[in-house]
Design a protein. Structure first.
Length: 93
């Protein structure tokens, strides 16, 4: 198993420190950029919501985007990234 490296990430103005495989770092960072860009987009579209609402909207959008694109590989990649992120977040709780 590869050595895990610490990564500082930001999701919706909150900082998290996770450990991930160096091979996964680029995927995680691209995913985070997409998520944070969508949060900003939803904040401009739906004023007056709180950050938890925006994050929920982005997760729903992200999960359904893979199905809408009809790309099962993308869907599997997204699921894999979310599962890895969830495991890392569970470790820091």
């Amino acid at each position: 198993m590869a050595e895990l490296i610490p990564i500082n990430i930001v999701i919706g103005d909150r900082n998290y420190r996770i450990k991930a495989s160096p091979d996964d770092e680029e995927i995680i960072r691209r995913t985070l950029k997409t998520i944070n860009d969508k949060i900003i987009e939803f904040k401009t579209q739906f004023a007056g919501k709180d950050m938890q609402d925006y994050i929920a909207m982005v997760l729903i959008w992200y999960a359904t985007q893979a199905k809408a694109d009809g790309n099962p590989t993308l869907e599997a990649d997204i699921l894999d990234v979310f599962q890895k992120m969830e495991k890392q977040l569970d470790k820091i709780r």
